[in-house]
Design a binder for this molecule. Structure first.
Ligand SMILES: [Ca+2]
Length: 290
């Protein structure tokens, strides 16, 4: 190979690396704007902080709280079905419109609507596995009709957010206030918005993680079906969530653990990965979602 050929080869390698690094940057900023809650009370904030909040109370998930005008306010609550938490109601308030989602109906400004629906800059789409609400304000929520809510918001809301999804300032600092660590329940208390007539529960979580199988959790998220997800997601935090699931369930470990693995798979897709089928006849086979 002559000098020109070598230069050309080096140029090609440089271009490949450049494109790859740009793609990575795009992915990481993309996933950074998503807040999710799933399974056994798990949360991941816009800024990538993981925590568990065992509560069936109504909470503000995210609202625009800093600035002169509140463009949106999103609330959510869970209920327990067969000993497993699921999302029972989501309320999305947007510039004069209100969307209420539950398993029985989609209500828009007080009226039950059928899907798809487009009105006042709000689009609601439904399928057998999810309800998606999109708005011109730059907010997109996806509920899987069960345990998981993904909330994606535009970068323009950076530093303007309050709620369990965090302040969206780019730093995983949600559980710190004035330099002092906050407990999850103290953090969440500010965003609890239960009506006086409603009751809700805040069960104790087992804080011990040593009962979980650390090796199993770490190896599962690194296994072949998820090979394309390795550099896209926070494997350590997901492994901790997996351990917490194993420590906080008795007869239904699979059910709650499968929800965390489902979430991992969904987030991998969202970040640009291509997870392969990971369920089989003996593991997580009942749930057909994802
Ligand atoms: Ca933050």
């Amino acid at each position: 190979m002559g000098t020109t050929g070598l230069q050309f080869t080096l140029w090609l390698i440089y271009l490949t690396l450049l494109v790859s690094s740009l793609t990575q940057t795009g992915n990481s900023s993309h996933i950074g704007r998503v807040c999710t809650t799933w399974g056994h009370y798990h949360w991941k904030t816009f800024d990538g902080e993981f925590f568990q909040l065992a509560s069936t109370c109504n909470h503000v998930v995210a609202s625009q709280c800093k600035g002169s005008y509140e463009n949106f306010n999103i609330q959510m609550r869970r209920k327990i079905v067969n000993d497993i938490p699921t999302i029972s109601k989501i309320i999305i308030k947007l510039e004069g419109s209100v969307v209420e989602l539950s398993s029985s109906a989609v209500i828009f400004n007080g009226k039950t609507v059928s899907l798809p629906m487009v009105s006042f800059g709000v689009t609601i789409k439904g399928s057998t596995s999810s309800i998606i609400v999109e708005t011109k304000l730059g907010i997109r929520s996806v509920w899987n009709l069960d345990d998981s809510l993904d909330l994606e918001i535009d970068d323009k809301y950076q530093n303007q957010i309050c709620g369990l999804c965090g302040d969206f300032d780019g730093v995983a600092n949600e559980l710190v206030k004035d330099g002092v660590s906050l407990s999850v329940s103290d953090y969440a208390e500010a965003y609890k918005v239960n009506e006086a007539t409603e009751t809700c529960e805040e069960p104790e979580l087992n804080p011990v993680l040593s009962c979980g199988d650390k090796k199993f959790c770490e190896q599962f998220f690194s296994s072949d079906p998820f090979s394309s997800c390795q550099n896209l997601l926070d494997l350590e935090s997901f492994s901790k969530a997996c351990m917490a699931d194993m420590c906080n369930s008795k007869d239904n470990t699979d059910s709650v653990l499968c929800k965390t693995i489902s979430e991992f798979s969904r987030e991998c897709v969202h970040a640009g990965g291509k997870p392969q089928p990971w369920r089989n006849t003996t593991f997580c086979c009942k749930d057909t979602n994802n």
